[in-house]
Design a protein around this ligand. Structure first.
Ligand SMILES: [Zn+2]
Length: 74
């Protein structure tokens, strides 16, 4: 996956988002014309949401090892 700035004025491709796209996501073997264009706001939102799905365990484990994590203890 490659990320670059769109370089041209184009609309964010997130449904219902009408901002101007800033970033362009494209598979390594992909065609730049078939990229996913997203605005900065949606990229930030996605980053936060993806973080919830993909890294729920490792940060907690790291905290627990240090004895700082009390997230799961009730
Ligand atoms: Zn957007």
């Amino acid at each position: 996956m490659q990320v670059s700035k769109t370089g041209v004025k184009t609309k964010c491709e997130m449904p219902m988002c009408k901002r101007e796209a800033v970033y362009q996501f494209c598979l390594d073997n992909g065609d730049k014309r078939n990229s996913l264009n997203l605005c900065e706001n949606c990229v930030k939102e996605l980053y936060g949401q993806i973080g919830k799905i993909l890294t729920p365990k490792s940060p907690k484990n790291m905290l627990n090892k240090k004895g700082v994590g009390v997230i799961d203890e009730r």
